[in-house]
Design a protein around this ligand. Structure first.
Ligand code: HEC
Ligand code: HEC
Length: 265
């Protein structure tokens, strides 16, 4: 029974990663051909030119491409300033969310924001060892409470990670296997975000002890990219830009970390 659970867990943890990669590849190649690849400015140009077809032989200006974002290392986040090159509006907002998603969907966060009854560990969402279950309020069950092992700080010798209030989030806050578009819709849905407004989301990102732990995970655990302050600044900029969600057919901007975190088996 336990083995079956473990297998199901492992498979379900890996399948979305593979399909995510496939989806991105498909989306990239589709994008090259589809009108979705055209920037709003190019669409306006196109529509405007519908009425008066261009004179044959007159050279037409190429459609204005949206400026690409600067490349970023796997361990870093693009600062808010890097998004200034995108026109104000949904495109910039969507790009900001995709950058936030590099943190939100990182294993340090998803190991707690799991589907199902048990936390995960490591970089590939392995089932927590020893087996534990969420219990009431996410704090485990009598005899196997999180606080039996997890303290309010990381423990060096036993390798047990810890922070104040260590527990699983409620099941409706599961992010495991979600695309950036799905995750975005969920974060804005009061029924699935703990009745938080967007201002509270910024505050949680900036100050919460469990979020902070992600960047102080102890031992050889890999932190999410950037810093907590940079992450919170992205969340604030996303909210300010209208909190638009990425289109489900549009892949997140390419960053080494994403492919590493989402598509490596
Ligand atoms: C019997 C002790 C024990 C109990 C009880 C326990 N844990 Fe753990 N937990 C550990 C140990 C040890 C590790 C470190 C494993 C490693 O990294 O080798 C760990 C790791 C984790 C991690 C992985 C961190 C990461 O990103 O790799 C999470 C998440 C976690 N525990 C959550 C919980 C939650 C939530 C509960 C309560 C529902 C809980 N644990 C109960 C011992 C325990
Ligand atoms: C030890 C488990 C644990 C870890 C690790 C963890 N979280 Fe959470 N998270 C929680 C709990 C518990 C809640 C629910 C808190 C509440 O509602 O008061 C939560 C809620 C949240 C929320 C609010 C939910 C929403 O939909 O608005 C956000 C945002 C969040 N976490 C971000 C993160 C990020 C980013 C990371 C990684 C850097 C992370 N968390 C890592 C346990 C964890």
């Amino acid at each position: 029974m336990m083995l079956r659970n473990w297998l199901a867990k492992t498979l379900s943890a890996r399948a979305p990663a593979a399909s995510e990669a496939a989806l991105s590849v498909a989306a990239v190649s589709r994008r090259a051909l589809s009108p979705a690849a055209l920037s709003p400015a190019a669409l306006v140009l196109l529509l405007a030119s519908c009425g008066s077809p261009p004179e044959p032989g007159v050279p037409q200006p190429p459609p204005a491409p949206s400026p690409p974002l600067p490349p970023v290392a796997e361990s870093e986040l693009r600062p808010v300033a890097a998004f200034a090159s995108l026109a104000e509006g949904p495109t910039r907002s969507q790009a900001l969310f995709s950058e936030m998603a590099r943190v939100l969907l990182h294993p340090r966060c998803v190991n707690c924001h799991v589907q199902g009854e048990s936390p995960a560990q490591g970089d590939y969402l392995e089932l927590h060892d020893p087996p534990v279950v969420r219990g009431e309020e996410g704090r485990g069950v009598v005899g196997m409470e999180c606080s039996t092992c997890h303290q309010d700080r990381n423990l060096q010798l036993s390798r047990v990670p810890g922070a104040v209030g260590w527990r699983l989030p409620p099941a409706e806050m599961a992010w495991e296997g979600k695309s950036p578009a799905e995750l975005c819709a969920q974060l804005k849905d009061p029924a699935r975000n703990g009745q938080r407004g967007l201002a509270e989301l910024i505050e949680h990102s900036r100050r919460d002890a469990l979020v902070a732990w992600g960047w102080q995970p102890g031992f050889d655990r890999r932190p999410p990219p950037g810093t907590q302050a940079e992450f919170a600044a992205l969340v604030a900029a996303w909210v300010e830009s209208g909190a638009a969600c990425p289109d489900s057919s549009v892949p997140a901007p390419p960053a080494a970390a994403q492919t590493a975190a989402w598509s490596t088996p």
